[in-house]
Write a protein that binds this ligand. Sequence first.
Ligand SMILES: Nc1nc2c(ncn2[C@@H]2O[C@H](COP(=O)(O)OP(=O)(O)OP(=O)(O)O)[C@@H](O)[C@H]2O)c(=O)[nH]1
Ligand SMILES: [Mg+2]
Length: 217
Amino acid sequence: MTQNEDETYSEAELEAGRLLFAAPWEFQTSVTDMAKLPPINANEIAFAGRSNVGKSSLINALTGRKGLARTSSTPGRTQMLNFFVSDGTPVSIVDMPGYGYAQAPKDLVDAWTELVFSYLRGRPSLRRVFLLIDSRHGIKKNDLETMALLDKAAVVYQVVLTKSDKIKPPALKKLIAETKAQLLKRVAAYPEIIATSSEKNLGVDELKAEIARISTL
Ligand SMILES: Nc1nc2c(ncn2[C@@H]2O[C@H](COP(=O)(O)OP(=O)(O)OP(=O)(O)O)[C@@H](O)[C@H]2O)c(=O)[nH]1
Ligand SMILES: [Mg+2]
């Protein structure tokens, strides 16, 4: 079943995506400091977005391991860069702290933001940033700041809508069209949007296919 009408993936690509995630994925390392990043030996794909948008949940949905990335209904769960790998797979997945969590102490927020932005700006192996946007809220001011940074650093980012189970199909369709229009003038934005629900496993196969594509870049 798909809610992504463009049907941009062939059956072979969907199969390649399923295969990539049929292998066991595991936690590699957590990093709080750019100096401690693991050595580069794979393409990296990062999940970025506002706090609580569903980054860690989507990584769990992809890997089929519910507790792999820690999730919480309280914003601010992920506080480090967490790397996930799968043996023999040429791509690592990076779960990031969220931004825009106003309730956390300012120095903590500053430290997370600095870490996230330094990584996004300066990691040569970073092939794609999935910029997660909550389907109920759309693009917010701090998402625009992240996009501006990625445009400047020339790091390709792709919007992934999350929690699509929370809105009705016509509203989702409208949001996809509006979001696409907003991305048109952004130099590093990848033009296709993937709508997902980790809860209902929607759009997850498309995301797997996209990651399989990226892993061969
Ligand atoms: N309904 C619904 N809820 C979801 C979905 N994905 C995540 N959630 C919920 O959203 C909350 C936050 O999820 P996380 O995956 O921890 O979000 P995060 O972006 O990693 O948050 P931080 O690590 O704090 O930045 C949890 O209560 C999840 O159960 C989804 O597809 N549908
Ligand atoms: Mg998280």
